[in-house]
Ligand binder design. Structure first.
Ligand SMILES: Cc1cc2nc3c(=O)[nH]c(=O)nc-3n(C[C@H](O)[C@H](O)[C@H](O)COP(=O)(O)O)c2cc1C
Length: 343
């Protein structure tokens, strides 16, 4: 039995997000209220296959180190925490095989191939959504990954590259590959995230899955805000197995937590979560520094708006935090402004 088969009907997934869903942020969401499944940020298969890129790729693919207990095997440890799917991208079948084989021993519950990323550089390199335009190569990559690992292989994609109707040929092709799961971001590459997700196509997509590959778990993605929205969609479309939430966590990091179905987190709760994030950040930075690597501070600033908003004085406090040059300064600003965060 693979991980996808053990998830409850209507399961939730934190979407893979480059620069966001790394080992630290996944732990933050685990603390706030975990989904049923995590995805990593995507890792390039050819970087992993190269001597130069291997180190960075491995760093991106680290699982929670802090949960490890001496004496337990890696697979035991991975089972206790929320399972994590490693997402990969690229266009070289041999490199897909190489990383897929390596991932098997790294504690992941499965691997997912990104065939939906709209980033220009990724597409220029033939990966992400560009795969929709090279279906034969896409299939070759899926086959290469599947043949090299016992992990369940899934794909995350979009409706099409340019036109919505492309889903009518593209999704069947993917479903014919006997995937463990298929996530459909309900937009085309051309639409980026600028239009509403095409929920109206859900019934058609369910029909395709039921006809071609009923065993494949079907996950939808796009504009799902929180657990409440996921449950509403699940009631409306019982043929969907799971719901993936991306940007919803920026609006509410407690969005997977059933205790928050009818309430939003208080400024105090968000502030506490920020401090938890800062602590994990410091721990990770220290860990990487010991290994001669870096966990840069600047990207941490993008997260402040998640935690400091929706109370009087929030934007002033956030502006002060944005000027901080390290976590010590952030803590000092927070300590100087306790009332601002609790009003
Ligand atoms: C900052 C950011 C980074 C992303 N990185 C990835 C990625 O690495 N892999 C991927 O498949 N999708 C990536 N995505 C797309 C999301 O997984 C998701 O498909 C998209 O945000 C739509 O879902 P949402 O409306 O719930 O946010 C990214 C999205 C954002 C906003």
């Amino acid at each position: 039995m693979n991980i996808w088969q053990t998830l409850p009907h209507g399961f939730t997934v934190l979407a893979p997000m480059e620069g966001v869903t790394d080992i630290v942020f996944r732990s933050v969401i685990e603390k706030a209220g975990a989904p049923d499944l995590f995805f990593t940020e995507f890792t390039n298969v050819s970087s992993f296959a190269s001597e130069k890129g291997r180190h960075d790729a491995l760093e991106r693919l680290e699982l929670k180190a802090e949960k490890s207990t001496p004496g337990t095997s890696k697979s035991d440890r991975a089972q206790k925490a929320t399972p994590v799917i490693a997402q990969i991208w690229g266009k070289n079948p041999a490199h897909f095989a190489e990383i897929s084989s390596a991932l098997e021993t790294m504690g992941f519950a499965g691997l997912d191939i990104n065939m939906g990323c709209p980033d220009r550089h990724v597409n220029k390199a033939g990966g992400g959504a560009a795969m929709i335009k090279t279906p034969e190569l896409a299939i070759e990559c899926i086959k290469a990954a599947k043949s090299a690992t016992n992990l369940p292989v899934s794909v995350k994609t979009r409706l099409g590259f340019t036109y919505i109707d492309e889903y009518k040929t593209w999704l069947p092709l993917l479903l014919e590959q006997n995937l463990a799961a298929l996530t459909v971001h309900l937009r085309t590459r051309k639409e980026m995230s600028k239009v509403s997700a095409h929920y109206e196509l859900i019934p058609e997509i369910i029909k395709l899955r039921d006809k071609i590959s009923p065993e494949t778990k079907l996950i939808i993605n796009g504009d799902i805000k929180d657990l409440r929205s996921a449950r509403e969609l699940s009631e409306k479309y019982p043929g969907i197995d799971g719901f993936m939430i991306g940007r919803g966590v920026f609006g509410n990091p407690f969005c997977f937590n059933p205790d928050y179905l009818d309430k939003t987190p208080t400024p105090e709760e968000l502030r506490e979560l920020l401090i938890f994030h800062l602590n994990l950040f410091d721990k990770r930075a220290e860990e990487l520094e010991k290994r001669g690597s870096r966990y840069p501070y600047e990207p941490l600033k993008h997260f402040f708006k998640i935690y400091i908003n929706n109370f009087p004085g929030a934007s002033e406090l956030r502006a002060k935090l944005m000027e901080c040059k390290n976590t010590t300064e952030v803590r000092a600003v927070l300590a100087e402004n306790p009332q601002k965060a609790t009003r």
